[in-house]
Design a protein around this ligand. Sequence first.
Ligand code: ADP
Ligand code: ZN
Ligand code: ZN
Length: 818
Amino acid sequence: MQYFINVILPIPLEKLFTYSISETEAHFLLPGMRVAVPFGKSKIYTGLVYTIHTEPPTVYEAKEIHQILDDYPIVNKVQLKHWEWIAGYYMCTLGEVFRSAVPSAFLLESETLIIKNERIVFDDSELQDDEFLVYDALCHQSSLKVYEVGAIIDRKNVLPVLNRLLLKNIIVLKEEIYEQYKPKLVRHVQLGKAYIDEKNLEALLASLSRAPKQSQVVLALFQLQATTKKPINITDLELSSGGSKAVIKSLVDKGILEEYLVKTDRVSYEGNAENESLKSLNTYQQSALEAILRCFEKNKVTLLHGVTSSGKTEVYVDLIEKCINSGNQALYLLPEIALTTQLIARLQEYFGEKVAVYHSKYSVHERIEVWNNVLEKRTKAQIVIGARSALFLPFSKLGLVIVDEEHEGSFKQFDPAPRYHARDAAIVLAKLHECHILLGSATPSIESFYNVQLGKYGYAQIDRRYGNVLMPDMELVDLRDEIRKRRMKGHFSERLQEEIRNTLEVGEQGILFQNRRGYAPIVECTTCGHAPQCPNCDVSLTYHQNNKQLRCHYCGYHMALQESCMACGSATLDTKGFGTEQVEQELRAIFPEARVGRMDLDTTRGKFAYEKIITAFERQELDLLVGTQMLSKGLDFRNVNLVGIMNADALLNFPDYRAHERSFQLLTQVAGRAGRTKKRGRVIIQTYNPQHHILKQVASGDYANMYQDQLFEREEFKYPPINRIIKITFKHKDYNKLNEAADWFAKSIRNVWEGEVLGPEFPAIARIRNQFLKNIIIKIPMSGSLSKTKNSIKRIEKSFNAISHFKSVRVIYNVDHI
Ligand code: ADP
Ligand code: ZN
Ligand code: ZN
């Protein structure tokens, strides 16, 4: 008997590939194990076994596999089902899902570049012979391609050896060298050892009787040490004792206090053995929790609609605890993990070591570790917090999925395929595991709320803030009016200046929101009207003042700012529009005494740059923080009582059917950062259009009306959730070829499908990185069959690909979220 396996290769092939195996291999192999296989003339790939069978392929002769790479499946059956759903629904191949679902270190292939891990110290006598050969080669060469390793050891053994070296953390993949995290060191103090004894302490206090400030500090420290087991940092001691840094320093100099440094590592948990007990829920949280549990009993996807700062996290925590107490795994999905150090810290306080964080920005080794911990159902990763890629972990006892901030657009992956929406894929995952799933938001997506209205989803609500703090007081400021009355200073209305001044006077903090980075999005010559454009994209270049550069935000192209116009030579350059850099600069000029920070893509490049800014703001080392939409995401600052929205209009005018929904969500979320703990916050929204219905709905917190309006528009213009929609994007560097290709495709669809087809049309930015773009949009009524339509599109694509003239035109599908 001959045996074969069908293998998923991590490349966009329509079909699985068949390889031949021996009988022994057939008895050993299981679906979900990896194999090293030859492909094409000389390539090696890591493939995943899908089925084991005895049917030889008909059109080619099956090659033999090189090697089996795993002793047991690293991917389970539920995952494979989930991947199939993703591939089918989002119109991509199983290989593309495989590639993006597993850590890239699981996918060694001939072209992968490997290097030595410089950060690890180990004893090379621990290495097996072939491992040593590879290691030794890497000591003499900075990097090696996987196929080059074939010249050093037996070709068929390459992947197994490299996989072992990866697991031992001795090699890393070249593409994944991340900035090494240098934890911030914070100064802490303790009482000198000699004074721990009470008698000595008394003697000390007596000797300090002439130095009341010093003895106050000593007493305060003594009290702090008695009430907490945690290390005491200098800032806390200053605050509680009223003593200055100088007083503390003189005590340290005398040896009465001892100073030491503690790493404030906010991501990895340092194993504080005692977990904090859960907070008890207030009555509103409690009744929401009960409503959720009732919906769970009916196995319904459930939406928790709780205003900002209503304490949704504590409700999630209760559910997570119930889940892990019954021995199940819990998955907590967030839109962007980088912004959630606060949340991770909160969960770790409750659940300690059980919390694992999974994120595509983590190193190869960290990701493999989490993957294996989940695979082996270790308690160490019983709760996984992660961005969308955490969906793909090998859960086998999943009991609960939480999708926090479910309305967030960043749950959608746009590039590369699979172009999936993590919330929707999570709902399918929960169904496959027959487990509970909770979506949470202060501003639910129209889709989710629509599903609640239809009765498909369960619903729970919390409509007041924790501690009964009032929702922030929102004020719309009419910029036309302010300009007419000449009250503006830069981009700040008189009202906003006044509120900032008040905030600074009482020692509170403020957030200023402008959803554009850089100094100004356009530089224009006032003589001839010329504005520098990106040579690769159809956009104007944004001016960045800090390095005097013009930059393209789409392709990264940049050039030095010219002194005079490149077209006419006049030195009459002026800027149009404004970004966060300009807001920051104006703030510094108007409020020179304030400490101002900025949080946008430019200031948060490094892996831990977010943490630094967030921590500085949290510790009140900054008074005012200027930022982009990053500021809207779930941050909980205790001392922020003012939020200023610099210009609400840019959001509203975005050319997208979701623009109004998004504006409502973004503005409400940013506003929600104000006044979360003690007193009512204040929000100033500057706009040229204070009558705009969305702004009024934001100001009055009227979600219900916003939903009604938007749903009406979606019905009118046939958009989701009333209709389904697929966007097909064509991409090519040749303008004419692109047009022909898109026209051909649209015509073919219209021939076989009588539903609504829009386009082909150029998007607002019709060229990016020298590639022209054109879209076709297909609207499918809910009564129609989505899968049939997809199949006919896929058939058309096949004929399209067979036309040699169109061969290099890329076809990209986006389903539902375009
Ligand atoms: P949301 O996620 O709904 O915006 P959070 O969960 O961040 O709100 O809660 C807002 C604040 O209220 C947090 O500082 C949190 O610690 C506090 N809080 C919420 N619920 C409780 C509770 N039951 N007991 C004590 N503090 C709570
Ligand atoms: Zn000019
Ligand atoms: Zn560009």
